[in-house]
Design a protein around this ligand. Sequence first.
Ligand code: PMP
Length: 455
Amino acid sequence: MSTPGSTLTSQEVVDIVRTTNYGTWRFQKSWNPLHIVDAKDCTITDGNGKQYLDFSSQLMCSNLGHKNPAVIASIAAQAEELAYAMPGYATTCRAELSKLLLEILPPSLNKFFFTTSGTDANEAAFKIARMYTGKTKIIARYRSYHGSTAGSIAATGDPRRWAMEPRGKQQGVIFAPEVNCYRCPIKHTYPACGIACADYLEHMIRNESDVAAVLVEPIVGTNGVLVPPEEYMPKLRKICDEYGVLLIADEVMTGWGRTGKWFAMEHWGVVPDILTTAKGITSAYVPLGLCATSEKIGAFFQDHYFSHGHTYEAHPMTLAPAVATINEMRRLNLVDRSAELAPYVEAKLRELKAKHPSVGDVRGKGLFWAVELVKNQTTKEPFNTYSDKVSGTPLLVDQIAGKCMADGVIIQAWVSHFVVAPPLIVTREEIDRGIATLDKHLALADALVEPDRAR
Ligand code: PMP
């Protein structure tokens, strides 16, 4: 099956796309995209009829799985009824989604701005934070990703930012050390550290002027599913309150049941001043982002000009499927399911770690896990670094992900780890299959572990 009316062969599709489009975050000559023609539940089919288990929910976004009939029906119905209305109008789907958000989000986050991606949800958050506080600086953290446009890439700590420096460097973003208890950037050990990384961030606030907000991924996503210790978020909330700095939680990847809660901040009972999200809000059926702000910020704009907006903001074709997605998530009880499957996934991944000298760490929550590879479990030396990624050096994780793909399992690889994040409807059998396939191909990494220093 393919686009209706198309007579293109699978090879023609690949060739046209490869030569006329940009392949993102890569050297163009290395791009040989798979032609995808169909997807149902956790299974994806390519142009040759080969099937794959989607073990990372594409980009950790197809949370409901593919071809959900209710979401598809909502798209068709909305297109029939009202495909577009400019943002100044009220639409029924806009009201319905807002009502649902009021039920799901913490009560204080009750004023919404709808965008079309996680990137522009973050752009909105930065502008709102700056307008509200009258201050400029955003403290973000290294090993973070917040989006690809000028402002959001400037707030991204990982090396994808480098290509924009110094040409596109934006004023007003400074970086704090990330929370990473496996590789603490300030060389402490939990719990003896007393959460020194939060103290460091406080030190930054105290020694900087003009700080508007602290921006965090509650659990760092692409950069390694870094789960903070229990005390971190409450401590950060306290610091932000003490210094009158806003806390922005980027839940683009961690929202919508991915971590076993609707939103990851719930794990620590912490409510941010601004929450941004995208991806799972529509299970990726259509592009939608959300910037939700607190009541006090909403109140501020009663008397201050809200200087922001897009033509496609609150687009009906994006909002109706979000309503259907949330209703489906509730009907199928997927947030609880994500939490319930977590111990099963964790146990299997811990087995992988025990078995493979190349697995340095496994960590995660819900259906959101990382498997991090190392050359040496004692020194934790990685096979590849971020510099390899941006300089085009072939990465071991990509090679292993390629082998998994040949065996019919699609798994996201990033620099030195894999992200295990299947759709929340995944079955135990599919989890077994995905992990067994990774297990098989980790032999490639095991063979490269430094023999004399391995366990
Ligand atoms: N923030 C986080 C935490 C993300 O993971 C991403 C995307 N991977 C973004 C922002 C940007 O979202 P988008 O790609 O939808 O613009």
